[in-house]
Design a protein around this ligand. Structure first.
Ligand code: B1H
Length: 795
């Protein structure tokens, strides 16, 4: 450690010509980032050496998204340097907390899917498993959200400005990726050979982010590819004074890794998105194959040493890309290449929402990736023929990979992978019984479940040090190392003193959040009120609108009917996809309600609404420890799993939710008495849907709904009214907010009554913390290791 302090001083002298006492916070930040990265690089060298020697099987995790969160705190925490550096800096008048705040969140993802990938990298590294992640070095991550007059505005997120110090550029491992052009088939005595001509080549530059483990010797790598023009800029044009034209091809090449698509649960931005997907999967596959070949001088044993995991369908072009490399570059026959390929890939499905199941039109796809297209077509032809042979031709409408001139990427993944998994028990059941029913019949055993998990070291250890310290002392077990041991807390469920301590810690976290709320919205919230939290992407199926509708109901009842509920603060935070009009309207509605309530001296004594802008990992870390109620109110059958529900539970919030996704398993874990469940089940939703759901009937037949929606139409604060949303609710209401309203309202009342019984509430909260062990990413990744990947720890 002395070393680390010396390194900081040396860096400051060398780079800035400053002593530590002359340095700025910004300079200290840079020093800490670079030194930490270099320490990890050294550690990585050691663990890589062991890995090379053992020649063991490795996992490559492909994902368009990794929401890594801030790295500095995580790395110092994991390396065990945090306390010492804090003291060292304090001696020189610096606060480590303020330095942490300088680091931008690398927003290389949209929501749960991207955060899951990062939780898994963290957990696998802590448990010494060899995994390497691959993705894109987006120059601009998820947009920065600013709320202006209640409307979401998107601004570019220039995270690399300060974020780049954690990255290591590996210029020795650049790779070329080819687009467009034509393929020619050439037959010779040795068989078919494919010539690829007139293509456009793009350079892929690798940048490595080191992933540290907690109390472990292992360091893994997340490799992020940046796109560059192969030829640089056009000097001839530049000399002629045609400056912008001379830079054109460079700009086009760089556009591929320019921006993360702000899409969650829907696919848009077609052509560029195809290029992004192929760009990073091709670069990654070429590198994986090359590494393997350099080690073993053959690819015959590829599937024995390599697992490639596909995080949703976005990286599915890995599959035809491996076929291409094996056949076109290493001269494997189709059958041999196919045999290797189908033993290499495992695929996780994250959604059954139709609009999120990726499909590409052949007309768009084929010109961009001509060779990849012919391979997919051939996979499809052979698959269709096989289905004919086994008597499954009748189900090809559902199963074929190419259908009506559209490529269905999920079908490609299912046909080509040896394992397909859903992310919660309910989700996997729906995949097997409904979405991919025929596939499940022809591939018995291929579909399995691995319920999601979360990195508790970040979401408890780092986000809630107060609770962590307390539990450490109380339980005397190392639950940070092994979260399952946290169930020892159950022994204290009737211990008054412990329950009060937990309540006090919650209050400390509520106070901290209240300060943040005041600084960011100017709203003063009462920390004695119930902190009721709904934080996640804004999507209709997640039903922030149901929550808002209930708040409008309360508002009306307080204002006109003398209702005096126990005080509650409704906290929202959510980004909407930039082209998603209804989602943006819902944000506007929530912000308007917030404003209207703030202006009402009576109502604001009871309820407050806060919308915190720019939801991101570091904001979640502030909100989650302070929550009392965790709103998980998606329409049953729609949320594949959810992971925010687990993070909130771990921090002692009680779930108010539908029987959807992982809520079902939270319900199983804590039992009926420690969760608030409401609403239709997924079967009931299906049934109602089949019988032509008519929202208007609920409006006509339920006085509260009628009055609430009528009242919503009068909520006109100057220039906006909400007729648009009201009309939508009574006419279509695709996610059945009205069908679940009555049940939601009644359950909210039970939540309110229960909260006032402090003893009872605190016990519920304790049971939630104690039962959260199974939702650790350590458990989830262990299941991947044992059921799917079959890999060993690095020795
Ligand atoms: C999840 C997505 C997703 N499922 C398309 N699907 C995207 C789909 O950019 N796109 O086009 C981006 C993301 N994300 C989420 O995955 C589920 O909705 C959650 O329920 C689940 O917890 C999470 C992790 O499994």
């Amino acid at each position: 450690m002395d070393n680390f302090a010396t390194d900081i001083k040396k860096y400051l002298e060398k780079i800035f010509g400053n002593t530590i006492d002359e340095a700025s916070e910004r300079q200290i930040y840079q020093a800490l980032m670079v030194i930490t990265r270099d320490r990890l690089a050294e550690k990585r060298f050691e663990s890589n050496k062991k890995l090379k020697e053992s020649q063991q099987k490795r996992v490559y995790y492909m994902s368009m998204e990794f929401l890594v969160g801030k790295t500095l705190r995580n790395n110092l925490y994991n390396l065990g340097y945090e306390d010492e550096i804090k003291h060292f800096l304090a001696k020189h008048g610096f606060s480590l907390e303020r330095i942490y705040n300088i680091e931008p969140d690398p927003g290389l993802g949209n929501g749960g899917l991207g955060r899951l990938a990062s939780c898994y990298m963290d957990a696998l590294t802590s448990n010494d498993y060899p995994i390497m992640g691959f993705s894109i070095l987006y120059e601009f991550g998820i947009f920065k959200q600013v709320i202006s007059d209640g409307w979401q505005q998107e601004y570019p997120d220039n995270w690399l400005d300060l974020g780049r110090y954690g990255l290591l550029y590996r210029n020795d491992e650049e790779i070329e990726v080819k687009f467009y052009g034509n393929t020619k088939e050439e037959w010779s005595s040795e068989g078919l050979h494919i010539r690829y001509e007139d293509y456009t080549a793009i350079k892929a530059e690798p940048y490595d982010l080191f992933i540290s483990g907690y109390d472990s010797d292992t360091v893994n790598v997340l490799r992020l590819w940046k796109s560059k023009a192969t030829g640089g800029f056009n000097m001839k044009l530049f000399e002629k004074g045609e400056y912008s034209k001379s830079l054109e091809s460079e700009a086009i090449a760089e556009s591929i890794s320019k921006l993360l698509y702000p899409a969650d649960d829907n696919d848009n931005g077609k052509a560029l998105r195809i290029k992004q997907q192929y760009f990073f999967t091709s670069a990654s596959l070429q590198q994986i194959v090359k590494n393997h070949y350099d080690t073993y001088m053959t690819l015959d044993n590829f599937a024995e040493k390599v697992v490639i995991h596909i995080n949703d369908t976005h990286p599915s072009m890995c599959i035809p890309e491996l076929m291409r490399i094996l056949m076109d570059e290493y001269e494997y026959s189709w059958d041999k290449a196919w045999s290797i390929t189908t033993k290499t890939f495992a695929y996780t499905n994250h959604t059954i929402m139709a609009e999120a199941l990726e499909k590409w039109s052949v007309d768009l796809f084929q010109p961009i990736l001509p060779r990849i297209y012919t391979i997919i077509r051939e996979i499809n032809n052979r698959f269709c023929k096989w289905c004919n042979d086994i008597g499954a031709a009748g189900e090809l409408d559902e199963m074929s990979i190419i259908h009506n001139n559209v490529i269905r990427m999920a079908n490609l993944c299912i046909v080509s992978s040896y394992s397909v998994n859903g992310v919660s028990m309910l989700h996997t059941e729906i995949l097997k019984k409904d979405t991919f029913k025929s596939f499940n019949r022809i591939y018995p055993g291929k579909f399995i479940n691995v319920t999601n998990g979360i990195a508790h070291r970040r979401w408890l250890g780092q986000a809630n040090p107060e609770l962590t310290r307390y539990l450490n002392k109380l339980l005397g077990v190392d639950f940070i190392k092994d979260l399952s041991s946290i169930d020892k807390l159950l022994e204290y469920q009737d211990d008054k003193a412990v329950l009060e301590d937990l309540e006090n810690i919650k209050n400390i976290k509520k106070l901290q959040l209240a300060e943040y709320i005041k600084s960011s919205t100017a709203i003063k919230v009462d920390t004695n009120s119930i902190f009721d939290v709904q934080i996640k992407r804004l999507h209709e199926y997640k039903r922030q609108l149901l929550n808002a509708l209930h708040i409008i109901y309360l508002y009306r009842m307080i204002k006109f009917n003398g209702l005096k509920p126990y005080p509650r603060t409704f906290i929202f935070s959510a980004k909407a996809s930039s082209g998603y009009v209804m989602a943006k309207n819902i944000i506007k509605l929530i912000c308007s309600i917030s404003e209207i309530i703030e202006a009402d001296p009576i109502v604001r004594e009871y309820i407050k609404v806060v919308f915190l802008e720019d939801y991101r990992v570091s904001l979640a870390e502030k909100i989650i420890p302070a929550a009392n109620v965790s709103e998980q109110i998606s329409q049953a059958g729609k949320e594949a799993s959810g992971t925010g529900n687990m993070k909130l539970m771990l921090n002692g919030a009680v779930t108010l939710g539908t029987m959807d996704g992982a809520n079902v398993e939270i319900h199983n874990a804590v039992g009926q008495d420690n969760i608030f469940i409401f609403g239709l089940s997924s079967e009931e939703v299906e049934e109602l849907f089949k019988n032509d759901y008519r929202a208007i009937d609920y409006y006509n037949n339920n006085q509260d709904i009628k009055e609430t929606i009528d009242f919503m139409r009068t909520l006109d604060n100057g220039h906006t009214n909400f007729n648009y949303i009201a009309d939508y609710l009574v006419s279509t209401d695709p996610y059945m907010c009205l069908a679940d309203f009555e049940s939601y309202k009644n359950t909210q009342k039970i939540v309110e009554d229960t909260y006032q019984d402090k003893g009872k509430w605190n016990k519920m909260s304790l049971v939630n913390i104690a039962k959260s062990g199974i939702f650790s990413a350590d458990r989830a990744t262990k299941e991947y290791v044992e059921k799917i990947w079959k890999i060993e720890k690095i020795k």
